[in-house]
Design a protein around this ligand. Structure first.
Ligand SMILES: CC(C)(COP(=O)(O)OP(=O)(O)OC[C@H]1O[C@@H](n2cnc3c(N)ncnc32)[C@H](O)[C@@H]1OP(=O)(O)O)[C@@H](O)C(=O)NCCC(=O)NCCS
Length: 148
């Protein structure tokens, strides 16, 4: 299968926008989304295409102040997985970070996304942070809610 890899310097007005949101739908359906969207139009991407259609993406931000390339999303379409596409996207991200003189590549995943965690470990990425969340109690009966 001939996969074409391209670098997108700015995702604004490109098919990456649509692809990102479709990927987020799958992650949300699987409970792997943190109820947040971290897309920004000036993010960059490495895109994998088959017959002119996107089949994988590594969306990223260069954070010079943090000396880091931040992976916003790594995603490969169903039917194209386990064929080395993400590995190729990752290899290219490492080359970009190296050429830019950055010290590290960062990126997170949902704590339930065990498959992605296995892939990350295979790539030699190590866990450095855990995100904690506190569920704010709902407003109870008898509270004024600021109303008189
Ligand atoms: C996770 C994902 C990006 C991997 O893409 P891929 O193109 O299938 O990955 P590759 O084929 O390059 O595989 C890379 C390595 O991980 C392994 N791997 C791939 N999928 C795996 C899985 N589900 N479980 C365990 N290991 C897996 C491969 O065997 C390979 O290992 P190797 O280098 O020893 O051969 C893809 O399955 C995907 O998009 N999943 C849904 C979206 C998602 O969860 N994204 C992450 C959001 S943070």
């Amino acid at each position: 299968m001939k996969i074409q890899y391209t670098k997108v310097a700015r995702c604004n007005n490109t098919p990456v926008v649509d692809y990102y949101f479709r990927a987020m739908i799958e992650l949300t359906d699987k409970g792997h989304n943190h109820q947040s969207v971290s897309f920004s139009y000036d993010q960059q991407a490495i895109v994998a295409e088959h017959k002119g259609r996107i089949v994988g993406v590594l969306l990223y931000d260069i954070q010079e102040w943090g000396n880091s390339l931040l992976v916003v999303l790594g995603y490969v379409s169903k039917g194209y997985r386990k064929q080395g596409i993400y590995s190729e996207l990752w290899k290219r991200a490492v080359a970009i970070a190296k050429a830019a003189g950055l010290g590290k590549i960062q990126g997170g995943t949902h704590h339930t996304n065990k498959a992605m965690q296995k892939v990350m470990a295979k790539q030699g990425r190590v866990k450095t942070m855990v995100l904690y969340e506190y569920a704010v109690p709902k407003k109870g009966k008898g509270e004024s809610h600021g109303k008189k």
